[in-house]
Write a protein that binds this ligand. Structure first.
Ligand code: ZN
Length: 207
């Protein structure tokens, strides 16, 4: 019996050490959630940042998928940095979309969130048949980001070196929307510690 108890104690200690959630404060968990919310808001789910792989994930490290990074960059700035969005000033402009944003902000947003360096370019999403045109300086696009309200609760986070695994729930209008598992790395951007996403996998929509 004594032997059994000590074995349990060893197992217990193992789990306490393996589960390093205690290392994060509520504020840190909140900042992780805030970091993840734009991904669900702009419907970028089930991806990783590798160049390839044989699973069902979208591989954002593959240059063929750069559309998704540029589209995220535009959506993010429309929503969170609206002052960077300008009307096209050229009355004879032949490019598609009345609104513009300087490509440098798209590169910066992609670097910040994904730690991926992109070249600004005209991109097409073959599935959606949407083209975002780049004129060498600015991207052209139309429309606004839909106003649906999302938030994220990280319920459990574990750290392994610079990599943090996060488990939690995305909420839409304060109702549970999808469960997720994300991995991000601690990443210095413009001198500040933030996260860069490594992968995000979401569950079915919660009815
Ligand atoms: Zn224009």
């Amino acid at each position: 019996m004594k032997k059994f108890l000590s074995f349990s104690a060893v197992i217990l200690i193992f789990f306490v050490l393996a589960d390093s959630s205690f290392a994060f404060t509520k504020k840190e968990l909140k900042s992780m959630g805030d970091f993840l919310t734009p991904f669900v808001r702009f419907s970028l789910e089930n991806f990783d940042v590798k160049a390839d792989g044989d699973d069902d994930l979208l591989h954002l490290g593959d240059p063929a998928n750069v559309y998704h990074l540029i589209s995220f960059g535009i959506d993010y700035n429309v929503r969170y940095n609206h002052s960077l969005i300008k009307f096209c000033e050229d009355p004879d402009c032949k490019l598609n979309g009345l609104m513009t944003i300087d490509g440098k902000y798209i590169k910066e947003t992609v670097k910040k969130f994904f730690d991926i360096d992109i070249e600004n370019q005209t991109v097409t999403d073959e599935d959606m048949e949407i083209t975002i045109e780049y004129d060498g300086k600015v991207y052209h696009f139309d429309g606004d980001v839909e106003g649906e309200d999302y938030s994220t609760v990280v319920e459990k986070a574990t750290r392994n070196g610079k990599i943090i695994t996060m488990l939690g729930t995305f909420y839409s209008y304060d109702k549970p929307f999808r469960k997720f598992e994300a991995a991000a790395k601690i990443h210095k951007y413009k001198g500040k510690n933030t996260f860069a996403i490594l992968s995000l996998k979401t569950g079915e929509i919660i009815q």
